[in-house]
Design a protein around this ligand. Structure first.
Ligand SMILES: [Zn+2]
Length: 212
């Protein structure tokens, strides 16, 4: 998929834009794109596997107890904060539906990908084969060192010490026959001059990825 075919405007910030958890910084960023900050909805992001359907009544809010948001509301802007986890943006039904999902190892392991696409299919009858997916910057297999316990959890070979988050994610997308995947292929740890990386510097700041 080329970016041009993605039916939604979408953006991921870099460090230069500042800490997107800071309301003033975030508000300035959204205004700079011509977006009204009041239309932004974000998930609380608790490293769980819950995905919520939101509508205009959720605008300008943080939706609790979830890591993924789906909406059919064109006015809403969905956002995901990250500093190494995957920001996953989804477009379905020719742009009628959009989703934003925070995907770390806990969410991947806990089934947040399955929950996202099953909800799109079951609640909205979305044709998943035509779904378009954007994988934003995250810590990649070049840099994501993991423990032996984590290796056994994900069935990773003993001779490898790295976790491939997007590889695991893409295997899950394949099971749903989702092939229209754009991966920006940037590593937040590697490029910590450009992105906030929690594993690199234990930072509290976050970039944001939004889908409009
Ligand atoms: Zn890297």
């Amino acid at each position: 998929m080329s970016k041009e075919t993605f039916p939604h405007k979408h953006f991921t910030t870099t460090k230069t834009a500042g800490d997107m958890k800071d309301k003033a910084v975030r508000t300035a960023f959204l205004y700079s794109l011509g977006l009204n900050p009041i239309n932004l909805v974000v998930a609380k992001q608790i490293h769980g596997n819950n995905v919520r359907i939101v509508n205009i009544s959720s605008k300008d809010s943080i939706v609790g107890d979830c890591d993924g948001l789906i909406t059919a509301d064109k006015e809403l802007v969905l956002g995901i904060y990250t500093a190494d986890c995957i920001p996953l943006l989804v477009s379905a039904e020719n742009g009628e539906l959009k989703a934003a999902v925070h995907v770390g190892w806990r969410g991947l392991y806990g089934g947040i990908i399955e929950n996202t696409f099953e909800l799109l299919k079951d609640k909205f009858c979305a044709d998943l084969k035509k779904t378009k997916v954007y994988i934003g910057p995250h810590i990649r297999s070049c840099c994501y060192e993991i423990s032996n316990e984590m290796k056994s959890r994900f069935g990773i070979k003993p001779n490898s010490s790295k976790l491939d988050l997007s590889g695991i994610l893409c295997n899950k997308l394949n099971k749903f026959e989702i092939t229209d995947v754009f991966d920006i292929k940037l590593c937040t740890f590697h490029m910590e001059n450009l992105f906030f990386s929690y594993r690199h510097s234990k930072c509290v700041e976050r970039i944001i990825s939004i889908i409009v």
